[in-house]
Design a protein around this ligand. Sequence first.
Ligand SMILES: [Zn+2]
Ligand SMILES: [Zn+2]
Length: 389
Amino acid sequence: MRKIAVTGVKAVRRFAAASPTVAIIGELDAVRVPGHPGARPGTGAAHACGHHAQLGMLYGAAIGLNIPELSGPLAGSVAYFATPAEEFIDVARRLARREAGEIQFLSGKQEMIRLGAFDDIDMAMLVHTSSEEPAGRFIVGGTSNGHLVHNVRFIGRAAHAGGAPHDGINALQAASLAIMAINTQRETFEEKDVTRVHGILTKGGTSVNSVPAEVTYEGRVRGRDIAAVDKVVARVERCFKAGALAIGCDLEITTVPGYLPLRNEPGLDDVFVANARAIAGHGSVISQPYDETRGGSTDMGDLSQLIPAIHPYVTAAKGVAHGDDYQIVDYDLAVIQPARVLAATVIDLLGDGGRLAAEVRQRHRPAMTKAEYVRSQSERHRVVRYKGE
Ligand SMILES: [Zn+2]
Ligand SMILES: [Zn+2]
C-alpha cells in the first residue's frame, strides 16, 4: 500500500497466517538544519536525526526475512512501514492540508493509525540512531515526553511605521510580550514533569516600513505525561492572551494534538535484547529505567498506547541531534547491525508457532483503544479566538 497519510508505505510478507503480524518501522523524514553539510539546497532539509538509517534497517531486515526458506518455519506475517512526518514541523503547512481535507491528524503515524494502517498489526519496532557514547550500543527502555503544539496568530493593524505608527496595532510587540510572559513562568515548572516550552516566530511581519499586522508563532509544550503538558498549556495560553491584551490586538490560538508518551513494552524488549546480545556482543545493551524520559517526543508514543511497541536506540552517530554536525559515522553499526537484530527478533517472535509473539501480546495492557485514541486526539484539536481590548 502506498500514499497512506500522503507519502506513507506499507508492505506485508505473509509467512503463514495473517496473524500474528510484527511490524518494523522506518521514518521517512528529515529536519530543517540549513547549516548541515548534507542539507538540501532551498529547503535546508538534512538527516540531522538519522531517519535515513531507519530506512536502511527496514530494507536490510526485509532482505534477510524475505528468503523463501522462512516460509515453512515461521507463523504469521511481517509488515514493513515507511512512515512520514514524525518531526512535527511546518505546522501551518500541515494545517492547510488538514483544511483542504487531505489529512486529519498532523503526523504520519497518528494519521496512519486513524486510517487503520495498524489495525492488523500485533506489535511494532523501530530503532533510532543516537550520538551517545560509547558507539555500537543498543539502548533499550526509557520513555519520551508527550507534547502539544501551538500555532498562534497575533493579528494587529498595518500603518506607516515612520509616519503613523500610532495608527497601527503592532502584532510583533504582542508576540514579544507573550514570549516574555512565557519565560516568566519557567520558575513554576516542576522538575518531575520534565517540562519543555519552546517556539519560533514563523512570521515576524511583512515589510519593515509597515507596522507588523500579522505575526505567527509555532510552539510546543512538552511534559512527562498529558496532565503535566495540560497544566503548562493553560499557563502558556494565558501568556498569549497577555501579549494580545497589552497591545490590543486579536489572537487566534490553534491547539494541535501532539504526541503521547512512549510506553516501551518490556516483553518485546526482552526478545530484542537477547538478539542484540547474540549479534553485537553481551556488553552491547544499555538498559534505561522505563520512566526515564529524554525530553524529546515521538509518534511511536501514540502507537505504543495501543499495541506493544519498542523504540530502542543504537549509538552510531556523532554530533548533536537536530544540530548541524549530526552525522552517521559507521553505517555497519547504524544500519546493518540493527537490521540483523530486527530480523532475528521477528524470527524469534514468529518461530515455534508464534509462541513468543502470543506471549508478548497476552501480557500487554493497552492504555486505550484505537477509537478512544482517535476521539481524544480529535478533541484536543481546537481553535480559540480572543480579542485583546
Ligand atoms: Zn528528530
Ligand atoms: Zn528522530
